[in-house]
Design a protein around this ligand. Sequence first.
Ligand code: VG1
Ligand code: CO
Length: 559
Amino acid sequence: SQVQIVQTRAFEDQKPGTSGLRKPVDTFQQKGYAENFIQAIHTAVPELSDGMAVVGGDGRYYMTDVVQKIIGISAANGVKKLIVGKDGIFSTPAISAVVRKTKANGAFILTASHNPGGPKGDFGIKFNSSNGGPAVEAVTGQIYQISKHITEYKICPDIKVDISKVGCHTFDVDGRQFEVEVIDPVSDYVDLMKELFDFESIRNLLAGSKTRSPLKIIINCLNGVTGPYAKRILCDELGAPESSVVNCIPLEDFGGKLHPDPNLTYASDLVDVMNSGVHDFGAAFDGDGDRNMILGKNGFFVTPSDSVSVIGDNYKAIPYFVKSGIKGFARSMPTGRALDRVAKALNVEMFEVPTGWKFFGNLMDAGRLSLCGEESFGTGSDHIREKDGIWACLAWLAILAYRKASVEDVIRDHWKRYGRTFFQRYDYEQVPAEGAKEMMSVLESSLSLATKSKEISAASASFVLEYTDNFSYTDPIDGSVAKNQGIRLQFTNGSRIIFRLSGTGSVGATVRIYFECYEDQPERFDDDITSIMKPLVDLALKVSDLQKYTGRNEPTVIT
Ligand code: VG1
Ligand code: CO
């Protein structure tokens, strides 16, 4: 095969966001759009040449076309070997695991996560580095710079690989050897999970015994990538009945009306089933398998902020943590601070990083972080460098086996000991970008004034400001600085409001407002969250003048 050099025009909009480049499918279908970005990655990451990379994604529309483009462009850029998931399938956590296991130089992950798929949906390309985690900002920044000035890309147009079968393919590229190995995307991941967890105890939990009835579970993969993983692990390995894993065939459009976003709004199917009271445990995952939602019997909802904190508190249920010891905990800045209390109780180091999993990687690589989470339904550990939905589900099952208690009992016991952290997030999706930016900058300057007077009030309550800032993070390992990561209002009663603009939307801007308050009076643990949050919500809308800047009266989603 011969390398061909193709002239191309640069696109201005290939700036990777919180988690890769995400755009509507038809943007990616423009001539040269995907090719430019893939070439920019190769140019920015010279280790790929002469090296090895892993390729796969969540099965969404346009993915297999892009897999073939990556194969052709990688061949032409001197890559020695690509490992590709069968049918192009790879969950984000499984790709991270394979990069680490094979010591690959990086990975191309083809996903737009929980965004809708199909010809009218979104597509995405994310580059992960040799540690298996999302490339840090220094790298993504370089990819972006290159993409703005790119004039040509290299490709071997005649190299096409049948990715529907496991096997090896070798090619001669101008005298060099280039290899594509198509592998089963599930088995390495299953092996890893078996090393981390005690499968025997989870199997016994699901099977029940003479004195205890089987634990009935229902796992909804929302037609995303996790289906094959959930089937293999929960049914084949752990003995759950086939019927306990549903929507488990990855579909290009995730089934059309279904939206693979594991929260109470979009995974309402699971919520309804759990509300019927038949099952003891329920879980759902997003399109690429890195997010999770956990529910207990009768739809008892475990907030992501509580989830990571319960896993931390019960780390002894997970053999991997017992063996390696807990090196530290971390959460993204807007995430509810329940985990901080556990860190204090266990006397382990606690980190607060900006939103996005890439910020956890350096801490893990340096051996200072074992467990972390984000409010956006992301939970994970240093077994890989991505958040991991199936892992979180197994962690919860391990805890239920260890504690011999229900989901609700485990959570209630946690609140009893640590108090309850109430958390809620309002999203205003696809608002005009200009208005959103203006709102943030006006808010920032008005708050620096408000700091002086301290007290701010809205209709229903008044709060005393402890401090307000725009969160800036200095990475303790490499000293890199990430600025403007969200406007924080911390009040003296422990409540917080945080404003951020999303970095994963594909059209317009998305404003996120995060609300948190803390309650240590048990008689208030069951208070209605909407009324608990109302004073904070009123205040947030007042200080930001959100309605004026975005034209919105209601959030698109509340999680
Ligand atoms: C969102 C979440 C963030 C998460 C990111 C990627 O980012 O808030 O916590 O890490 O999505 O998750 P943003 O910038 O839109 O708030 V995934 O599962 O979409 O790769
Ligand atoms: Co995801």
